[in-house]
Design a protein around this ligand. Structure first.
Ligand SMILES: NC(=O)c1ccc[n+]([C@@H]2O[C@H](COP(=O)([O-])OP(=O)(O)OC[C@H]3O[C@@H](n4cnc5c(N)ncnc54)[C@H](OP(=O)(O)O)[C@@H]3O)[C@@H](O)[C@H]2O)c1
Length: 371
């Protein structure tokens, strides 16, 4: 009798919790709003920027007037000359899994882009390391605009003099992902054998060059049309994934930097030396493609299973910072790293740039020139 009463009350409590939970989500969904709903007046000091008021395909992107940002005491105001796009910009599609962070019904942040390069136009009064006229590159939300404002002590550094704005703008997210994956997660050391799966894309082209700069022997995995390009940026060996499975050779590697995740834990473990590391950095080229869900599940499985073997399988999210931008600036200044730019678009062609990136077959970086 008592058990029946407990069960009845538990069912009621669960039902009420479910109804309340549904109501909270329903209200949060319909209250979800953004600048497009709030700002009805025309900007007093307009600049052009790429804006998306809704989630959707690259068709939702618009070139619009927004208010010119004003730097505070600790910030720089940069006139952007070039920007580049990354797979993360495709969150404009609003994947449901991360909508609680991005905004449930509409994107909270309506601006696009992170990577930029440009000229400092003004500095706040506490800023001593930069001055108007300095050429810089860095990462800041909303970088696809004529101007960005950002804290001087965050992810911004002087642009190497031997780099164009387009080259420098292609660096931040992709090159920092490669640097932090190889150095911090992969513990890369000179003389090691390193395999880079996905060597021809935005991150991969930097990874090949950075791994070479560390004095390693690099094997790049790419398709037939990219073999020469991957060789030309320094890979000692190349494997054509359309003809050969890199996990079925007799080679052993100290480090696998995997941007694709299309091989199982056992397959990759077989080609790793006993203390080797597999850095799981991504699940294929930009955009959604068949089998991506399975790849994500496979990476999670590899992460768990590697706890019980001598080889390590690690994952990470790259963090933009000034120190690593400075290291990358030095690598570019010394000629050890030179960005590979696939295509360049105007800001008014950002939709086309994102559509191209989303196909997942970029050869290096896709850059936007801000005129
Ligand atoms: N962990 C992080 O913090 C972080 C940061 C940035 C990016 N990522 C992830 O890293 C991955 C790569 O990013 P990205 O900017 O380099 O993307 P991307 O520029 O769109 O990569 C495109 C390249 O991937 C190659 N590719 C596709 N399928 C392949 C396969 N089966 N084998 C070998 N190469 C293949 C393509 O070559 P083909 O044309 O020959 O197919 C193309 O050159 C993405 O999944 C991205 O989400 C992670």
């Amino acid at each position: 009798m008592k058990l029946k009463r407990i069960l009845k009350w538990s069912a009621r409590v669960i039902l009420v919790a479910l109804v309340l939970g549904f109501l909270v989500v329903f209200i949060a969904y319909w209250r979800s709003t953004n600048d497009c709903d709030r700002n009805s007046h025309a900007p007093s000091n307009p600049i052009k920027a790429i804006v998306h008021c809704e989630y959707g395909s690259p068709d939702v992107l618009k070139l619009e007037d927004v208010e010119k940002p004003v730097p505070n005491d600790d910030q720089l105001l940069v006139r952007v000359r070039a920007a580049s796009v990354n797979p993360l910009d495709l969150t404009i599609r609003g994947p449901w899994l991360i909508r609680p962070l991005l905004g449930l019904r509409k994107p909270k942040d309506t601006r696009l882009g992170v990577d930029y390069a440009g000229t400092v136009e003004a500095v706040g009064r506490n800023v001593t390391k930069f001055k108007p006229g300095d050429q810089v590159f860095g990462g800041r939300d909303g970088a696809l605009a004529e101007y960005v404002c950002g804290l001087a002590d965050r992810a911004v550094a002087l642009k190497p003099a031997n780099m164009t704005f387009e080259q420098a703008a292609s660096v931040p997210v992709a090159a920092i992902t490669a640097l932090q994956g190889l150095r911090d997660k992969g513990k890369i050391q000179g003389g090691q054998k390193v395999l880079i799966n996905g060597a021809s894309g935005g991150v991969g082209t930097f990874a090949v060059q950075i791994a070479k700069a560390f004095g390693t022997e690099v094997t790049g995995v790419c398709s037939t049309r990219n073999l020469d390009m991957v060789r030309s940026i320094g890979a000692d060996h190349v494997i054509d994934y359309t003809k050969e499975d890199f996990t079925k050779t007799d080679q052993r590697y100290d480090l696998i930097f995997d941007l694709i995740g299309n091989h199982s834990f056992s397959e990759r473990r077989r080609i790793l030396n006993p203390n080797g590391i597999c850095v799981m950095a991504g699940v294929g080229g930009a955009g959604w493609h068949d089998g991506m869900g399975m790849r994500l599940a496979g990476e999670l499985n590899a992460y768990v299973r590697s706890r019980f073997v001598s080889q390590k399988f690690v994952a990470y999210i790259a963090q933009l910072n000034k120190a690593d931008l400075t290291i990358l600036g030095d690598l570019m200044q010394s000629g050890k790293v030179a960005p590979v730019i696939d295509r360049t678009y105007k800001m008014s062609e950002t939709q086309a740039a994102l559509r191209y990136l989303e196909e997942g077959h970029a050869r290096g970086k896709v850059v936007i020139v801000i005129e």
